[in-house]
Design a protein around this ligand. Structure first.
Ligand code: ZN
Length: 694
């Protein structure tokens, strides 16, 4: 096939999804990689480096590759089949190689350094300067600065770490899958909800057995510990789950991660010190908004001191309730979820299913577009005739209130076979200025809501409504950007601990009576969510918020400390650190034999090493940013415009703290999150927009 016939190579700016075929993939990626490599060769030969002849050309090549790869990555996630998967997997190793070698490319490193050191650097605009500074930082973090011996060591460390981290997650997976319990007597399973029982019955049927097979897969595990009336059964699953891949529990020693964890920590420490950092935590923070491990430590300790009293009170209530209502004299760790669920049902008696009829998807979308329209002065309109990958997919355009186009997005809302679970926003096209003019951004918004059951439309739970707002917040960050260079446009170049700000921020409108009146309307009567239900929903929102907070803080502090403390880098005592952290923050202390860390994949095999605090960090940013709307008006247009111009339009062109300060006029304040979680009293001014003239 000639290159010009390949829709993956000609697609600009929108991919021609209906014309794509798995056989286009490998040749298209090969062609783009060949272009990228030719570009890098040409750049290495440049004698007088400048923004135009180095950075701009590299950006052009990277964007061409991204635009070709994006629809492939996307279709693999939403329309998986064996042919796509095979072609996708064939490309992965090809794609990872030039990236790793780029980080250690000394020619390019020197070229960027030359650009940085020239007097003309000051004449570049803010975005260009940030791109050069970020690139230099990343080169250094990849070890390009080291001597030959150091470089070899760095590469060896990276290779071994990728092997160890994948062994860690394989051990967790194997240990999770190895445990099973066959149950014949239905009364053993009393209390467990139907959908979890259905999964367990399917497991049994697959093995040709009667009854149910319980496993440690999360939907079954969490249903058992939250709902099973049989205390011994809860204890059994709690024990098996909490000792996975360790030296304890029913499969002690079989997939034990102990040595792997120690080696991962040791190698990470060596890697960080090799490129000049005191610890792996400091190395990890070099790319984040938080400035130092000490700052993150202080942040977590403040939150912990402020939320522990609430957590203690909640635990006391749970104990009382367990004794009085459930006859449990002690509250064991395997009772906590069960007792919490009982108390939640008794207090609030409001299930997500009851809320569903109030949230037909079309009403929710209209309300969402109305809300962002009022806040940010934008219009969202559906476009017909878009070329998509499935008939359910809808396509929208966002423009300014005066009709100037800003970007477009696909909305793929429903669950179906071949589509990955969960919800996410991904980039299809990134905004940048090209020789042909402005390339406008395009996003994919994907969710897994229940599809319509004709004639009934798709009805969302309130959790799902929040998910939609969350992903739409990421979408706005990508789509409202005004940045001209892809590397810092939209969510690109935004640090990990700040990227959840717009998404968590937008969720707040799903919890405000004024917002709820715009997004709810009963499927049969059109009636908005009744005030009584809103009240109950709001009071249930912060149920056991203190206990949940200290649990997240326990994980975050543990993660930070094992990566920050270098007293014994050769033999870090993981269990001792965990115990110490628990003494400091936890209110529910697991038994001595419990081995949480051995299955903490976020940190030992995911991207969260010395970064687990990011969840809380971003929650503070989002709650505090929303606080300005609480003070100045939920739909105050000046406030909305300020958020748009300081955060949503600026991508990664500035330090995230600078942008936050520009919007809020000060540093982030943890009080905002504590207030939102109901741990301190709210002081709220009336919305000036509630006046009838508005
Ligand atoms: Zn998110």
């Amino acid at each position: 096939m000639a290159a010009e016939d390949n829709p993956l190579l000609s697609a600009f700016p929108l991919p021609a999804f209906s014309a794509l075929d798995p056989e286009h993939i490998v040749p298209a990626i090969d062609a783009r990689l060949a272009q990228a490599n030719a570009c890098i060769d040409a750049l290495e030969a440049v004698e007088r480096p400048s923004w135009e002849n180095i950075a701009a050309r590299l950006e052009e090549a990277a964007d061409a590759l991204d635009r070709t790869w994006s629809p492939v990555r996307h279709l693999r996630a939403v329309a998986d089949n064996p042919q796509w998967r095979e072609a996708y997997n064939a490309c992965l190793p090809k794609l990872s190689e030039p990236r790793t070698s780029l980080g250690q490319n000394e020619h390019l490193f020197r070229a960027y350094k030359t650009i940085r050191d020239m007097p003309s650097f000051d004449t570049l605009d803010q975005a260009q300067r940030k791109v050069i500074d970020d690139a230099l930082r990343d080169f250094k973090l990849s070890g390009v600065d080291l001597d030959e011996e150091g470089k070899l060591r760095f590469k060896a460390l990276s290779a071994e770490l990728s092997e160890l981290t994948s062994r860690f997650s394989e051990n967790v997976l194997d240990a999770t899958q190895a445990w099973r319990k066959h149950v014949i007597a239905a009364e053993t399973l009393a209390g467990i909800p139907d959908n979890a029982l259905g999964l367990a019955a399917e497991n049994a049927a697959r093995e040709g057995l009667d009854g149910w097979v319980l496993t440690l897969d999360f939907p079954i595990y969490s249903a058992v510990v939250s709902y099973a009336e049989n205390r011994a059964l809860r204890e059994e699953l709690y024990t098996a789950y909490g000792t996975r891949a360790s030296d304890q529990g029913p499969n002690a020693g079989t997939w034990d991660n102990t040595e792997t964890m120690i080696r991962i920590l040791r190698l990470r420490h060596e890697m960080a010190t090799l490129v000049g950092f005191e610890s792996y935590a400091a190395y990890s923070l070099a790319r984040k908004m938080a400035s130092s491990p000490a700052e993150v430590m202080a942040f977590l300790e403040t939150l912990s001191a402020r939320s522990k009293p609430a957590a203690r009170r909640e635990l006391f209530e749970l104990r009382e309730y367990a004794a009085d209502a459930l006859g449990l004299d002690t509250l064991e760790p395997w009772d906590v979820s069960f007792v919490s669920e009982r108390l939640r049902q008794e207090r609030y008696a409001l299930s997500q299913e009851t809320l569903r009829p109030y949230f037909p998807i079309s009403r929710v979308l209209d309300g969402l577009f109305e809300i962002v329209g009022r806040l940010f002065g934008i219009r969202v309109e559906e476009q017909s005739n878009a070329d998509t990958w499935h008939p359910d997919v809808r396509f929208f355009e966002i423009s300014t209130s005066s009709g100037e186009p800003l970007g477009q997005f696909y909305l793929d809302a429903y669950a179906r076979a071949g589509k990955r679970g969960g919800a996410w926003m991904d980039e299809c096209v990134v905004r940048r200025v090209t020789a042909r003019g402005i390339q406008l951004p395009v996003a994919y918004l994907c969710c897994n809501f229940s599809p319509p059951l004709h004639p009934r439309p798709s009805l969302l739970t309130h959790d799902e409504v929040c998910t939609l707002f969350h992903e739409f917040g990421h979408g706005l960050h990508h789509l409202l950007t005004q940045v001209d260079i892809a590397a810092v446009s939209g969510i690109n170049g935004v640090p990990w601990d700040a990227v959840e700000l717009p998404s968590q921020f937008l969720e707040n409108w799903c919890w405000e009576p004024e917002g709820l009146s715009l997004i709810s309307g009963h499927v049969d009567t059109g009636e908005v969510l009744p005030e009584k239900m809103v009240e109950r929903m709001l009071s249930a929102r912060n149920f056991l918020a203190g206990m949940m907070m200290v649990r997240q803080l326990e994980f975050a502090l543990f993660d930070l400390r094992i990566h920050a403390e270098s007293d014994s880098p050769d033999r870090p005592d993981i269990n001792a650190v965990l115990e110490d952290v628990r003494r400091q923050v936890a209110v529910v202390i697991p038994p001595q034999w419990h081995r949480f860390a051995h299955a903490f994949t976020h940190v030992f095999s995911g991207g969260y090493a010395a970064g687990y605090y990011s969840y809380k960090w971003a929650e503070v940013l989002a709650a505090d940013a929303f606080g300005r709307f609480e003070e100045e008006g939920l739909f105050d247009p000046r406030c909305g415009l300020a958020f748009r111009t300081a955060i949503l339009e600026r991508g990664g062109t500035e330090d995230a703290l600078t942008l936050f300060r520009e919007f809020r006029g000060r540093d982030p304040d943890v009080e905002a999150l504590l207030r939102q979680c109901g741990m301190i009293a709210t002081q709220r001014t009336e919305s000036p927009n509630a006046a009838p003239t508005d």
